[in-house]
Ligand binder design. Structure first.
Ligand code: C2E
Ligand code: MG
Ligand code: MG
Ligand code: MG
Length: 282
């Protein structure tokens, strides 16, 4: 009887596990198809200079318009895509879209325009970054769109790269062709202060979870900004939701910021208006 119950539990567990695996496979298949058939879109969130309020760039953020499921956030499909090489396809697709888009905006504005330095930032997963061909892909994508390498930022999660010598080498190769690298979700990983100076990165993106009303968090943000600057890095704060947070970032000399208080991620047409104006519009 005891054995019977035991087996019953195993079967229930098996069924749940199988359902989970099936569901993941469904998502994967549907996303693979969706990528090929235009269901994946890119939104562009403006990144603004904290001191002047002017546009310094956009972060490209993937959205999946899955039939019957509505518009899905990356949290609903990136973790599944990361289980296989599908994430490389997704990342390359977003890279291509974002770089092409920036190229189109630049042409629309005239090449020598004052906004010639506006950048676009693209998120890369560890698996994408570990592909030895990634540097070639980036170089040819930029060349095809006529976008200078200095206008592309590649964002990688702090937790993904810091303990991986292979990924650090890849980042160094990417920086050698002129693109810049931002350490995303900074503060949630394990980077030591001393290591920062030697990492092949240009920018820290302070995770939004530190932008709270808690005085201890506020002191940490000030410390992260000072540490970044002491290490020769620039700082972007992400997830700025309130005016007082922005004021404190200005007081801390944080370089740039993004967040709902400044602008939500925008569809390409609206982002194009921001590109043309050099400041958030509407
Ligand atoms: P992330 O790179 O840290 O991007 C910032 C996230 O914060 C975005 O979420 C953005 O929409 C959201 N956000 C912007 N302003 C605010 C704010 O004021 N408050 C709060 N609470 N959140 C804000 P999103 O678009 O859902 O993306 C989530 C994550 O998915 C991204 O985090 C990034 O790690 C990943 N991701 C997005 N697109 C791609 C992609 O093309 N490839 C890969 N590998 N990952 C991607
Ligand atoms: Mg990011
Ligand atoms: Mg982040
Ligand atoms: Mg994040």
């Amino acid at each position: 009887r005891a054995k019977h119950t035991g087996r019953g539990r195993v079967e229930v567990f098996d069924e749940r596990l199988r359902a989970h695996i099936d569901e993941r496979r469904d998502v994967e298949e549907a996303l693979r198809h969706g990528l090929a058939s235009g269901e994946v879109h890119v939104l562009y969130q403006p990144v603004l200079d904290v001191a002047s309020g002017t546009l310094v760039g956009f972060e490209a953020l993937a959205r999946w318009d899955r039939p019957g499921a509505g518009l899905l956030s990356p949290d609903a499909f990136v973790p599944v895509a990361e289980q296989s090489d599908l994430i490389c396809e997704l990342d390359r697709w977003v890279l291509r879209s974002a770089v092409d888009q920036l190229g189109a905006w630049r042409i629309g504005a005239g090449q020598g325009a004052a906004d010639g330095d506006v950048r676009v930032a693209v998120n890369l997963s560890a698996r994408t970054l570990s592909d030895p061909r990634i540097t070639d892909t980036v170089v040819s994508t930029l060349a095809f769109a006529g976008v200078p390498a200095r206008c592309l930022v590649l964002e990688v999660a702090e937790s993904a790269v810091v303990e991986s010598p292979v990924l650090l080498t890849q980042l160094a190769a990417l920086r050698a062709v002129g693109v810049s690298v931002a350490l995303d979700d900074f503060g949630t990983g394990t980077t030591s202060i001393g290591a920062l100076r030697h990492l092949p990165v240009d920018t820290l993106k302070v995770d939004g979870s530190f932008l709270s009303a808690d005085p201890a968090d506020q002191r940490l943000v000030a410390l992260m900004v000072a540490t970044a600057h002491a290490s020769g890095l620039t700082v972007v704060a992400e997830g700025v939701e309130r005016a007082d947070v922005l004021d404190r970032l200005a007081a801390d000399a944080c370089d740039a910021a993004q967040g709902f208080h400044l602008s939500a991620p925008l569809p390409p047409v609206e982002a194009g208006r921001v590109f043309a104006a050099g400041v958030p519009v509407g």
